[in-house]
Design a protein around this ligand. Structure first.
Ligand code: HEC
Length: 106
């Protein structure tokens, strides 16, 4: 298969995108974050917002507007429920939420 210029551009963009995502919340591992969020967080969100609780992240007037805000909110909820997550667990959860719902790139 030959690589057409269009396909090359496509690959380049994917690479840049991954780079940006990787730098944001660096060290955060979304797969680990998913398990943490499912275990500790979504039950309460689901109770308040219905369904699987994910509407809280995508609602029109959501409170999180920036990547820094997302990290802050993850910390707030974490502190509120007294989980005492370590910094790396906060980063895992934050990178999962960002990859799945918020899609901040910087
Ligand atoms: C006891 C209930 C409860 C638990 C448990 C909980 N949250 Fe929340 N969370 C809330 C409420 C209520 C809000 C909405 C606050 C508001 O609208 O001002 C919220 C909002 C959020 C938001 C912002 C949504 C937006 O509007 O953009 C994020 C992100 C979030 N929570 C993450 C987490 C994470 C991560 C955990 C697990 C560590 C967690 N929450 C556990 C109650 C909870």
């Amino acid at each position: 298969m030959s690589i057409t210029p269009k396909y090359f551009l496509f690959l380049l963009l994917i690479g840049l995108f991954n780079e940006a995502q990787a730098e944001l919340f660096s060290g955060g591992q979304p797969q680990l974050g998913k398990a943490l969020v499912e275990k500790h967080c979504i039950q309460c969100h689901a109770k308040q917002f219905g369904g699987d609780g994910s509407k809280i992240y995508t609602r029109e007037h959501r409170i999180v507007k920036t990547s820094q805000g997302l990290l802050t909110q993850v910390r707030n909820c974490n502190t509120m429920i007294g989980l005492q997550w370590f910094e790396d667990e906060e980063l895992h959860a934050t990178s999962y939420l960002n990859n799945t719902y918020y899609h901040f790139v910087k």
